[in-house]
Design a protein around this ligand. Structure first.
Ligand SMILES: Cc1cc2nc3c(=O)[nH]c(=O)nc-3n(C[C@H](O)[C@H](O)[C@H](O)COP(=O)(O)OP(=O)(O)OC[C@H]3O[C@@H](n4cnc5c(N)ncnc54)[C@H](O)[C@@H]3O)c2cc1C
Length: 408
């Protein structure tokens, strides 16, 4: 097993496992903080998979500091508002997201295809000196000593490779390998809900769905979210339904007849949208109870590997980006000493409390979204009576947060 990545004493070297959204962003933040990074990813190429993601100001302000906002111009869409409807189409509320929200939080809300976000981050990382990619590297084990940590990888060519660094960061997502190897429990909690994703080319999408808006429809035991992505060239639709089904992965095919039946009593626009999707893929929604630690020795976690969360506050990608910025800020503030433990402990403290609050907020939101009967009627009445921007006021602690502010 060759060891061609031993870290020189002078330069601190992080090995990030997983070149998803969190891993790529963390690499950029760490290089800015003076680290050298190896990004090891099990896929041989970073092909553009997944569907739409929402990035809120708490994440876009961090990407803006990396000088990346111009990279998003042609790919991301800036939604002007969010339209919340009952399943029959009646509008319940319409918080403003455009320039007013940007002025309030100091950074924009964006919606973007996951593949586009990954591409923008990858291209930036490829151009950044100090980041080296090791694609086709699947982490299978790790070894830790007092002075370093090594990831052991199966490579796409069938060999094994050992990469040594000062710090190993598990950015390997929902079904993380690093997590159990660092002694944290792996079993996740399926929530009895699945997300069905369709991507509709712009010209095939109903006109109302092409506008730069985030749309949320609430119905009994299901809800629907849609918004344009890929610079407006496609409409991303996600239907979340109550369903007991569990499989690893993001791309299991879904039977369109199942959705058509489930949404048969919804408003005409909702049904037209569902009928327009050329195919559906589904995945099981999973979250985890918060941990008391993410870091142990020279190993730590970010993103879904650390704090898988339900998507009802649309914070999965934004929190992974926050983790990376916060980790780099804590490591940067600690200077170049070899004892990482105090900085990692501070990172854990800062991030676990915040992400735990978001995890529990997302669970609560999911229950509210899927209400039926009189409770749903009470929810709808409340939404209609609240001030227009009540949702932004309620979650200003999420959107206004600065993960690089170590005193906050
Ligand atoms: C293929 C895919 C499609 C997705 N689609 C959606 C979507 O449509 N909507 C949505 O809300 N969220 C989606 N997600 C999840 C979303 O990207 C994350 O919730 C969020 O961005 C947090 O990112 P993360 O970096 O923690 O994890 P991820 O973005 O999931 O990245 C994890 C990375 O680690 C790699 N990896 C895993 N195991 C190993 C290993 N043993 N060795 C090396 N590398 C490894 C994976 O290949 C992946 O590139 C998707 C994730 C993936 C991987």
């Amino acid at each position: 097993m060759p060891d061609d990545h031993a870290a020189p004493q002078a330069s601190r070297h992080a090995l990030i496992v997983g070149a998803g959204i969190g891993g790529l962003a963390t690499a950029l933040f760490l290089v800015r903080a003076g680290w050298r990074v190896t990004l090891a990813e099990r896929e041989e190429s970073l092909h553009e998979v997944g569907a739409g993601l929402q990035l809120s100001p708490n994440a876009t302000r961090l990407l803006a500091r990396l000088g990346m906002m111009a990279d998003f111009t042609d790919l991301a869409v800036r939604p002007q508002d969010m339209v919340v409807r009952r399943h029959d189409g009646r509008v319940l509320s319409r918080p403003v997201l455009g320039k007013a929200a940007e002025a309030r939080f100091g950074a924009p809300f964006l919606v973007i295809h996951r593949g586009d976000l990954q591409k923008v981050l990858r291209q930036r990382a490829e151009k950044t000196p100090g980041i080296e990619f090791r694609l086709g590297h699947k982490l299978v084990d790790l070894r830790e000593t007092e002075s370093n940590v090594a990831g052991i990888f199966e490579t796409a060519s069938g060999g094994m490779e050992r990469i040594t660094a000062d710090l190993l960061i598990g950015a390997d997502g929902l079904w993380s390998r690093v997590r159990p190897l660092s002694g944290l429990p792996q079993p996740s909690s399926p929530q009895g809900k699945t997300a069905w994703r369709g991507l509709i080319p712009r010209e095939a999408a109903p006109i109302f769905a092409r506008e730069a808006k985030v749309n949320l429809w609430l119905g009994p035991n299901a809800h629907l979210v849609h918004y344009p992505v890929s610079g407006g060239e496609a409409v991303n639709v996600v239907a979340i339904i109550d369903e007991d089904w569990m499989e690893e992965g993001w791309n299991a095919p879904g039977d369109p007849d199942v959705l058509a039946r489930l949404f048969a009593s919804w408003g005409e626009d909702a049904r037209a949208l569902i009928a327009a999707a050329p195919r559906w893929n589904r995945w099981a929604l999973i979250d985890r109870a918060p941990e008391s630690r993410w870091s142990r020795g020279r190993i730590t976690l970010i993103g879904d590997a650390a704090h898988a969360m339900l998507p009802f506050l649309a914070q999965g990608a934004s929190q992974a980006i926050e983790d990376g910025a916060s980790l780099a800020a804590h490591l940067g503030a600690a200077g170049s000493g070899s004892n990482l433990a105090p900085a990692l402990a501070r990172y854990d403290r800062a991030r676990i409390s915040r992400t735990a609050r978001i995890q529990s907020g997302a669970r609560a939101q999911g229950r509210i979204y899927h209400l039926s009967g009189p409770l749903a009627a009470a929810r709808d009445m409340t939404l209609r009576l609240l001030p227009q921007n009540a949702a932004l006021d309620r979650y200003s602690w999420i959107y206004g947060h600065d993960a690089e502010n170590l005193s906050g």
